[in-house]
Design a binder for this molecule. Structure first.
Ligand SMILES: [Zn+2]
Ligand SMILES: [Zn+2]
Length: 280
């Protein structure tokens, strides 16, 4: 059983439910550690078709307050609530990112690569349908080069959904993995993640998306294990019914490669928490 979920969103961005509703859903799933990792503010020019920027900007301080209150309230009960943030990694906005993350005292920071240049690549299947295979390959390559640069900044604790780039083209992504040099590029990115003291997230959210595959897929998962990476577990939930959703499968998936524990980052340091394949 996995009793930790470090990746949850709230109604302060584009998710459906409140901090407290998401927490109660986690309690019903038997979590003992729940991390909130709301999306970060993003500068103008990096836009999604359905944008939540203004709503997030208007309520961001409430997010911080609500999670902090919950954290203080639950600590005496032995339930750990963590204040995190899923930071949009924007390669040309490093000063913006440094200023933004310095504004609050977060327990941990997840780096999410959702943008290449100013294009949010995980929003529209139509964007991908127009691309030739070679163009997709160039994007896959760019994604892993971007991941390496991100890790080398040493600003973050966790890399989110480490093959999100496959979301709308998983068949082509698998073909790309078979091409010479692809796994080597991923290896370089994962080595940078490991050497920065970061963990790699294993996220069940991929099963809910068009790629229908856990992030990362099996080949990248195996490589991460060979390289000795640590892991965290993620639902990337945007509604209460997604909190710790299908974590039985996530536990089997990680255990099959040999992991027995996941990491939890907080202001107090890093802890390894064991998990098992058995359910309560
Ligand atoms: Zn994300
Ligand atoms: Zn997320």
């Amino acid at each position: 059983m996995i009793r930790v979920d470090l990746h949850t969103h709230t109604n302060h961005s584009h998710a459906r439910d409140t901090v407290r509703e998401m927490f109660e859903a986690g309690q019903a799933k038997g979590l003992i550690i729940q991390g909130f990792s709301e999306h970060s503010p993003r500068p103008l020019g990096y836009d999604y078709p359905k944008e939540y920027r203004e709503h997030l900007a208007a309520t961001f301080e409430e997010y911080i307050q609500e999670v902090t209150e919950l954290k203080n309230e639950q600590a005496p009960r032995g339930i750990t609530v963590l204040l995190g943030l899923e930071v949009d990694w924007l390669e040309d906005q490093q000063n913006y990112i440094r200023d933004m993350i310095a504004r609050h005292n977060y327990d941990y920071l997840i780096a999410g690569i959702h943008f290449l240049g100013t294009w949010g690549f995980d929003a529209s299947a139509d964007d991908w349908a127009k691309l030739a295979f070679e163009e997709k390959c160039a994007l896959y390559e760019r994604y892993y080069r971007t991941m390496k640069v991100m890790a080398e900044t040493r600003l973050f604790n966790i890399v989110a959904h480490p093959d999100l780039i496959k979301i709308f083209s998983v068949e082509d992504f698998r073909r790309w993995l078979d091409l010479p040099g692809s796994m080597e590029l991923i290896r370089e990115a994962l080595v940078a993640v490991r050497d920065a003291g970061m963990a790699m997230e294993i996220s069940i959210a991929g099963l809910r998306k068009p790629c229908r595959e856990i992030y990362p897929g099996p080949r990248i998962l195996r490589l991460a294990r060979e390289l000795g990476l640590s892991i965290t577990f993620a639902s990337d939930s945007h509604a209460t019914d997604q909190v710790a959703w299908n974590f039985e499968e996530l536990a089997r998936y990680a255990a099959a490669e040999g992991w027995t524990e996941s990491l939890v980052f907080s202001r107090d340091g890093v802890k390894a928490i064991p998990f098992t394949e058995e359910q309560l």
